[in-house]
Ligand binder design. Structure first.
Ligand code: ADP
Ligand code: MG
Length: 358
């Protein structure tokens, strides 16, 4: 009986041990499974974190590139393009080194600004000088106006005296001199007033040949007196109608013809030519050329002849060419010296034609 009890107890103990082992094994398996799950979860988290960090870094890099590097590059390129514009030497700097390039151009820009400031100061001074001159000009014009009236009465009185004393052995010569000087003064004052005022243009369609004939007609006595032969080229008649203020263009031509007469005291030839030179604002630009066979203009004086009061003549006013050039400029044309040499001088007067559309 005791042995039988022992065997029973042993069996029971064995069975308990078996169950313990099984339970343990189950526990271990479940723990291992749990750990695997944990590891997988952690791996996912780490992967997500790494991805987020990478995305953040990429965004930062892009932001830096877009907001700093790209504008910097653009600035460097712009600065180089600016430097390449005329008047500035092109620097050998490469675009790769943007900051250095920008630095170079920025310094150049600053020096440019300094020189611009200096220029601005200089032109301001010139402008105030011009304003002063303009006010002096206005004053001179009013003085000239005031001089004209007493001059007229002087002329009339001298004329009376001249009639009275025409045969006087001593006074007649003096009176003639006074009368001549008064005429000269009157001429200067008249020219000056013409120069100072800026009359409106009365534009109209007129024939170029008609303008030349009208001017020649006005100068006829002078041309005959100086023994000057005039020729008007066939090309003048072929020109289209001009769109000008006929009175004023005639005045320009008269000025040029009189100058030519004065350049040919012993006679000579005056030749007119004409051609269409260009198209300006839809209108053809016409040109009359005036060629004389006079003594010409010395090379060093050529650039001064359009200056007001520049004259080489004892009794000249020096205003003729200046006024004439001004009139042509207001027509949208020009008056130019084409050439001059000891055998003659050629001037060109340009002005618009009547536009083709009418
Ligand atoms: P002015 O005739 O009163 O001297 P202008 O303005 O008409 O003034 O002319 C300026 C100067 O240009 C003249 O004094 C003369 O020296 C020169 N000049 C103009 N036209 C001619 C010409 N056809 N031939 C030679 N010299 C000329
Ligand atoms: Mg003149």
């Amino acid at each position: 009986v005791i042995l039988h009890d022992l065997v029973d107890t042993y069996d029971h103990a064995y069975e308990l041990c078996e169950r313990y082992i099984t339970t343990n094994e189950q526990l271990i398996t479940s723990r291992i499974r749990e750990s695997h799950r944990q590891i997988r979860r952690n791996t996912l988290w780490v992967a997500l974190y790494v991805a987020a960090v990478m995305a953040g870094t990429a965004a930062l890099v892009w932001f830096f590139y877009a907001s700093v590097v790209r504008p910097l590059r653009q600035m460097a390129r712009d600065a180089q393009a600016f430097a390449a514009s005329p008047g500035m030497p092109i620097s050998p700097a490469e675009v790769e080194d943007e900051l250095r390039t920008i630095g170079t151009h920025l310094r150049r820009l600053m020096s440019d600004v300094t020189s611009t400031r200096t220029d601005l100061q200089a032109s301001r001074e010139r402008l105030s000088q011009a304003e002063k001159l303009a006010s002096v000009g206005r004053l001179a014009a009013s003085v000239a106006h005031e001089i004209r009236n007493p001059l007229t009465s002087l002329r009339m009185r001298v004329y009376e005296l001249q009639r009275e004393w025409a045969d006087h052995p001593i006074y007649s010569e003096d009176i003639r001199a006074v009368s001549e000087e008064i005429a000269r003064l009157d001429d200067t004052v008249r020219s000056f007033l013409e120069f100072a005022r800026e009359p409106q243009l009365a534009l109209q369609s007129c024939s170029v040949a008609g303008l030349i004939d009208g001017a020649l007609e006005l100068c006829r006595p002078r041309l005959v007196e100086n023994d000057i032969e005039c020729r008007v080229g066939a090309d003048v008649g072929a020109l289209p109608a001009a769109w000008v203020d006929a009175q004023q263009v005639k005045q320009v031509l008269v000025n040029l013809i009189l100058n030519a007469c004065e350049a040919m005291p012993a006679g000579g030839r005056l030749t007119f030519g004409g051609r269409a030179v260009a198209v300006q604002a839809g209108r053809p630009l016409l040109q009359i050329t005036l060629m004389d066979s006079g003594q010409g203009i010395a090379p060093e004086l050529r650039e001064r002849i359009f200056e007001p009061f520049f004259t080489t003549k004892a009794t000249g006013t020096g205003l003729g060419l200046c006024i004439a050039a001004n009139i042509m400029l207001r027509h949208g044309g020009s008056l130019e010296l084409v050439e001059s040499n000891p055998t003659g001088t050629c001037f060109a007067v340009s002005f618009p034609a009547v536009s083709e559309e009418g």
